[in-house]
Design a protein around this ligand. Structure first.
Ligand SMILES: [Zn+2]
Ligand SMILES: [Zn+2]
Length: 168
């Protein structure tokens, strides 16, 4: 465990802003350790860190959906973590629109200054949609007979059946 943490901080020691090459500074948000650029205000999120930093409404499961889907194209920046060319993804819902950069290889996400606010607004708007979907899934599961709802993994897997993959 301690070793894994050490590996992580070692790997992320010197990562640079993909926009202006400034060294990113570590910042704590929620349970996440984020890397933020003091120059342009962008923030780098490892896979899963959006959820850790801002809660479930910022998680890709909330905004990476058919309802919010826009186009995906190649971004003009490289992933600060693994160097892959990142993907530029439109996320929009009910008047909110943001273009985020995400890495198709390691799952990292780069948010320019202010983009996390829009992501959270979209997550907030998506909340009732997700709740309705979850209720429906539980109903369907209940029809199948005895199901243990205390297992969150089960519901997640079931919801996964409804989720369309856009990228790839
Ligand atoms: Zn920067
Ligand atoms: Zn990457």
């Amino acid at each position: 465990m301690a070793e894994a943490l050490f590996e992580k901080s070692k790997r992320k020691k010197d990562i640079q802003c993909p926009r202006d090459k400034a060294l990113l500074a570590k910042q704590h948000a929620g349970d996440a350790e984020l890397d933020t650029c003091g120059k342009c205000g962008g923030t780098f999120f490892d896979s899963g860190e959006l959820f850790k930093a801002f809660g479930i409404k910022a998680d890709p499961s909330y905004w990476d959906r058919p309802e919010t889907g826009g186009t995906v194209s190649n971004a003009d920046i490289h992933c600060p973590s693994c160097e892959t060319v990142m993907l530029l993804q439109d996320v929009k819902y009910e008047g909110e629109h943001v273009q985020i950069d995400r890495c198709g290889t390691c799952g990292a996400i780069w948010l320019d200054k202010g983009e996390s606010d829009t992501i959270l607004k979209i997550g907030e708007k998506m909340h009732p949609v997700l709740e309705a979907e979850k209720a429906k899934a539980q109903e369907e599961l209940a029809k199948m007979g005895d199901v243990d709802f205390s297992s969150p993994g089960l519901i997640a897997r079931f919801l996964g059946l409804f989720k369309k993959k856009k990228t790839e």
